[in-house]
Design a protein around this ligand. Structure first.
Ligand code: SF4
Ligand code: SF4
Length: 237
């Protein structure tokens, strides 16, 4: 039987930086319709992984490079899911890849609100990859909030990872909430309608650009908790 360590090693070899395992039983607070077993009824374990997002993109005066890298990150994480789930299937293990971003089924036109088939940020918390900040981004100890996530669902009881025990947000910090030009953050959730009005722009010639990432960028922990705590910054952003 395949082990947690073997699958993680394979995922890291494909280019992920971190990987954790959450038992499906941990998803007790998942909204109805968005539990791993709502996607794949025999799911026993959710394998969650992430790659770090290059910090240099935050130094550009335009968000086009950030958008390019975001799109490449989606391709990369989906590619890892595609390859690893395909390999597991050849070993007779059903393996359901979760899209890193789109496509997804749920869309509320009135609220301009979408929802992935599984919340990868919450899955990341349950797999021990980090904690949620008030900007609603996952903060990993090593890479901060500059990560992009993917996941695979399997019908196997893999050894789970412990949930992270470190603190995410700095005590009393509200920098991301105060800096949001749309006042879309309340410390727990994000008003997607308000955020989308500002964070996605489109023109017929140039395509779409993620035109706001302030809540990610202003966070003192966007480079990782460890780097901030050690006051080491080899790359300024
Ligand atoms: S991306 Fe911009 S508009 Fe959206 S929540 Fe973050 S700071 Fe606010
Ligand atoms: S800016 Fe402050 S409040 Fe917002 S996520 Fe970062 S540490 Fe938390």
């Amino acid at each position: 039987m395949v082990s947690s360590g073997t699958i993680k090693k394979r995922i890291i070899q494909y280019g992920a930086d971190i990987c954790g395992v959450a038992p499906a039983a941990r998803f007790v607070y998942a909204p109805k319709g968005f539990h791993p077993c709502d996607i794949y009824p025999n799911c026993k374990s959710v394998i969650v992984f992430a790659s770090h997002f290059p910090l240099s993109t935050l130094q550009a005066k335009t968000n086009a490079p950030y958008t390019l890298v975001r799109n490449k990150m989606v391709d990369k994480l989906d590619g890892i899911s595609f390859c690893v789930s395909g390999e597991l299937e050849t070993e007779n293990i059903v393996s359901v890849p979760v899209p890193s971003a789109e496509p997804y089924d749920y869309w509320d036109t009135g609220r301009n609100h979408g929802r992935g088939i599984l919340s990868l940020k919450h899955a990341g918390v349950l797999a021990g990859l980090g904690v949620l900040g008030k900007n609603t981004l996952l903060i990993n100890e090593r890479f901060g909030n500059m990560i992009w996530l993917g996941a695979i669902l399997v019908p196997v009881d893999l050894e789970p990872d412990p949930i992270a025990s470190y603190e995410g947000c700095i005590s009393g910090c509200t920098l991301c909430m105060d800096s949001c030009p749309q006042h879309a953050l309340d410390g727990t959730t994000i008003d997607q309608k308000l955020c989308r009005e500002r964070s996605i722009s489109y023109n017929h010639g140039g395509g779409w650009v993620l035109s706001c990432n302030v809540c990610r960028k202003v966070c003192p922990y966007h480079k990782g908790l460890l780097k901030k705590r050690r006051k080491k910054t080899s790359v300024k952003a």
